[in-house]
Design a protein around this ligand. Structure first.
Ligand code: MN
Length: 282
């Protein structure tokens, strides 16, 4: 099988977000054509609670989905749909903001360390004002593909015949947390027309048709193609995600991502006038 080459490798920068959370922004708030249909990928967490405890108090989103996946520690959340809960290690919150949601995401003090990821998936124009939807997927409900030295937690899409926990996501992206023991190789099929990404958060691998050597932490953005192969040099873990580019105009301000400047103005006017939320389900 022809293998994808590597288009770009990103290591990210530390930024302050929310009420004062120090996190690593791997990509986001720059030219979105490189990452389309994804907008942002943050790797958050620290051993030092001062870096995260102020959290992300009440804030809005519109026009996107946010996918939060926890590796360690816990984040308490609540939203304008009436959802409330805590996500812990291995849990996922896949939130479709659609026409608008206001939520908060507050990390709890972790005895050892907090670690997790947040991915923003852009919604196509036709779904930007859709009914917001919230999915809380607990670790034990995530299907796992296992083979000798290989473990893949399949959150969305399909990995070697294992269907993900979520099958109603706009654009059917693929999202999996994959671990390989040293010396193992895998090939991952990429659905036709999808762009693939790998965020290596542990270990070191060889990947791309030229078997490039990459160490954690690093985001690999692949060229379009039918498949990606990964060889683990050390015991390695990575988030693998892929999606079909939308190729639509992007108008982005803070937590709201629309297609035009007018739609952004509408959203911010509605926020100041108190008419932003269109659906309260509970
Ligand atoms: Mn948020």
């Amino acid at each position: 099988m022809a293998e994808c080459g590597i288009k770009e490798i990103l290591t990210g920068n530390y930024v302050m977000e929310g009420a004062g959370v120090k996190l690593k922004r791997v990509f986001g708030f720059h030219d979105t054509s490189l990452t389309d249909p994804f907008l942002l990928f943050d790797h958050f967490g620290s051993k030092n609670p001062d870096d995260y405890i102020k959290g992300f108090p009440w804030h809005p989103h519109r026009g996107i989905e946010t996918v939060t996946y926890m590796l360690n520690g816990r984040v308490e959340h609540g939203d304008s749909l009436g959802n409330k809960g805590v996500i812990g290690p291995g849990d996922v919150q896949w939130m479709t903001a659609g026409s608008g949601i206001v939520h908060q995401e507050m990390p709890e003090h972790a005895p050892d360390y907090l670690s997790g990821f947040q991915l923003w998936v852009n919604l196509p124009a036709e779904n930007k004002m859709s009914v917001p939807k919230y999915r809380d997927i607990s670790s034990e409900n995530i299907p796992v593909y296992s083979a000798d030295g290989i473990q893949a937690k399949v959150i969305s899409g399909n990995f070697k015949g294992v269907a993900g926990a979520s099958d109603d996501i706009s654009g059917s992206p693929m999202y999996a947390d994959i671990s390989l023991t040293a010396g193992k190789d895998i090939t991952i099929d990429i659905p036709d027309g999808y762009k693939a990404f790998c965020y290596l958060y542990k270990g070191s691998i060889l990947t791309g048709f030229d078997k490039r050597s990459i160490s954690s932490d690093a985001m690999i953005i692949f060229d379009m193609g039918p498949g990606v192969s990964v060889s683990a040099v050390d015991d390695s873990s990575f988030i693998f995600f892929a999606g079909r580019p939308l190729n639509e105009p992007v108008a982005w301000r803070g937590p709201i991502v629309m297609n035009t400047a007018e739609e952004l103005d509408t959203a911010f006017n509605e926020l100041s006038e108190g008419t932003f939320i269109k659906h309260r389900l509970k």
